[in-house]
Write a protein that binds this ligand. Structure first.
Ligand code: ZN
Ligand code: ZN
Length: 346
């Protein structure tokens, strides 16, 4: 096991054991630091005992790195594996869950802040065995992500229609990841939202708003008849992430909101709760995912991929779904495209 993989495994087990977020994040951050080291630097740091001089690596993570690098299972990891063995889902269950997924409902292309053309994303989805993929580029207000104006979205619909002719029987579904404005309205015209196959609604601004305001805002979006999926509901970022033009986003905690009220509204209004598979998001946290299961929510296991390779991240979400007892029949992207479209149209 590579040092970074060992650190991620530790983070995974700690989170699963409902350890405090900052302890989990420490291991994910350390894994990201190791990943970002230039060639040979890890060896040099270990040899000169200067690992902990790196920002983001402390005594505990440093020891785990040294042991993993020496080809051993880090002591700390071995202890966790032992303690939490009964909590670990069988790999077979996760693989089975992943195999039940027919598509992905949250993806980005280079029309907004993704890195690849629509066709490349679709071809990667086909290679993974997906039957469909919803293209959900950002909405106008998210200017940092090059959100699509109504005019550009109109043009994208034509491009998607042409691609569908070529790629059939694969179905490229039209969609949007629509910002939830601070007043709870959606950041695109009603007319366009009504024409799209899939609407993922997400909060991307004022993430530190107080709980009552955030709850109102999310409730309005969940109740909006156009909304099909509530995207990455807490907005948390577990590890720093690189953005376009060298910008770097720092980790951030979950937004505060009344999860019971929001998830209950999702059940009532037929809005699916997204299980976001991005490694820096893994949203909702297991604690909230369990609550959503208990309340009877439907789910969408999505990658939020911004590049073709990221379409493979769904197993992250499947692992969490298995862990919290999500029934695959309640996951809308296990349904056929026709069943799915019937649901989003209703
Ligand atoms: Zn988003
Ligand atoms: Zn997204």
């Amino acid at each position: 096991m590579t040092p970074a993989a060992a650190l991620r495994r530790i983070a995974f087990l700690l989170e699963r054991a409902r350890e405090p977020t900052h302890r989990v994040a420490a291991f994910r951050t350390a894994a990201a630091v190791v990943d970002a080291l230039p060639e040979g630097e890890l060896e040099r740091r270990i040899a000169t005992r200067t690992l902990t001089d790196l920002r983001g690596i402390g005594p505990k993570t440093g020891t785990a790195i040294v042991q993993a690098h020496a080809g051993e299972v880090p002591e700390y990891l071995a202890r966790l594996e032992d303690a939490y063995a009964e909590l670990v889902p069988l790999a077979d269950d996760v693989a089975g869950f992943r195999a039940a997924l027919r598509g992905d409902l949250h993806t980005h292309s280079d029309w907004s802040d993704g890195g690849s053309p629509i066709r490349e994303m679709a071809e990667a989805a086909i290679a993974l065995g997906h039957e469909y993929m919803a293209l959900t580029d950002h909405s106008p207000r998210l200017t940092v992500a090059n959100g699509l104006t109504a005019e550009r979205l109109e043009r994208q619909l034509d491009v998607v229609a042409a691609l569908n002719e070529e790629l059939a029987p694969f179905r490229l579904l039209t969609g949007i990841e629509c910002d939830i404005n601070t007043d709870g309205s959606l950041d695109q015209t009603d007319e366009l939202l009504g024409r799209l196959d899939v609407v993922v609604a997400s909060v991307h601004s004022d993430l530190r708003a107080e709980s009552a305001a955030m709850t109102e805002r999310m409730l309005a979006a969940v109740e909006n008849p156009h909304t099909d999926v509530l995207g990455h509901c807490t907005g948390r970022l577990l590890i720093p992430r690189e953005q376009r033009e060298g910008r770097r986003q720092r980790p951030r905690p979950e937004s505060a909101f009344d999860a019971e009220a929001v998830f209950s509204a999702c059940v009532e209004h037929g809005t699916a709760v997204e299980i976001n598979s991005r490694p820096e998001r893994l949203d909702p946290p297991l604690r909230l995912l369990s609550l959503a299961v208990e309340l009877g929510c439907s789910f969408a296991v999505d990658t939020d991929a911004h590049a073709p390779g990221q379409l493979d991240w769904q197993s992250n979400g499947c692992e969490r779904a298995v862990e919290t007892g999500v029934d695959p029949d309640r996951v809308v992207n296990t349904w056929t495209a026709d069943e799915l479209l019937e649901w989003t149209a209703s």
